[in-house]
Design a protein around this ligand. Structure first.
Ligand code: TMP
Ligand code: ASP
Length: 237
């Protein structure tokens, strides 16, 4: 597989074309961003940890029947993926109240949410990733009603799979964000799953083990990511 031109540079990953028109290479950088890119820092080892973590989670989801973009782990910081037409909508599931839900509705942090909530955000940093609803998605043509229904069903399926996986590792999956795209007409899970895009709390101590350590300046960001990886049995280098 030959790596060619940089197609897109995001806040934490870069995307390259390859000699196969259906495949891209994702490069996980050490850049760590929060607040829609307003806070950015380089954290040593983050690219490697997130790349390997993402590969492990995507392979787990694929094996459980969730169609994912993931193809092959190529190196410490790169993986080969299917080339998707990305849908600019972020799907968020919450099992416990945290983050913007606490701010928006005044629900106490840590409140168990049953059933889990499902929320939509527009992926648009310039607008601050605004909260949107299903009718916006369809009216503005970001996805059809059928595609959105599929995205919601897959997101809830991912929640069932990963809640159990993290629970076995002594972690609460508080919330997470997924992005989807189209591959040959099918809705497929894209982007990444790593501690950058979810909240994970230690079950006993409630210690934050995710990007909230960076957002809130708590320190020990990569140490926490590595501990999560180690508890799950993700091989790191
Ligand atoms: P929130 O509490 O800020 O709405 O975020 C909910 C979860 O989704 C949290 O785990 C962070 C993740 N998320 C992202 O990773 N990127 C985003 O742009 C958004 C809106 C959420
Ligand atoms: N991923 C989003 C961003 O980088 C939200 C966040 O992590 O705060 O802005």
């Amino acid at each position: 597989m030959e790596k060619r031109a940089e197609l897109y540079r995001g806040k934490a990953k870069s995307v390259f074309t390859t000699d196969d028109p259906d495949r891209l290479i994702l490069l996980f950088r050490n850049d760590t961003s929060a607040f829609d890119g307003k806070k950015i820092e380089q954290l040593d080892r983050k690219g490697m940890v997130n790349n390997r973590f993402n590969a492990f989670i995507m392979q787990t989801l694929q094996a459980a029947g969730v169609p994912t973009q993931f193809d092959t782990l190529l190196s410490d910081t790169e993986c080969l993926v299917k080339k998707l037409d990305m849908i600019p909508v972020e799907c968020v599931v919450r099992n416990y109240a945290a983050g913007s839900l606490v701010k928006r509705l005044g629900i106490e942090e840590g409140t168990a949410l049953a059933p889990p909530t499902f929320e939509l955000f527009l992926k648009d940093d310039a607008k601050g990733d605004p909260f949107i609803n299903a009718s916006h998605v369809v009216t503005f043509g970001w996805a059809t009603a059928d595609q959105l229904a599929r995205m919601q069903a897959l997101t809830l399926q991912v929640n069932d799979i990963l809640r159990a996986l993290f629970d076995q590792a002594g972690l609460m999956l508080v919330d997470f964000k997924l992005e989807f795209g189209l591959f040959k007409g099918e809705i497929v899970l894209g982007d990444e799953f790593s501690p950058d895009g979810c909240r994970l709390w230690d079950k006993d101590t409630k210690k934050k083990m995710d990007k909230d350590r960076f957002r809130q300046g708590l320190g020990g960001v990569i140490e926490a990511y590595e501990e999560v990886a180690q508890r799950l049995g993700v091989p790191l280098s």
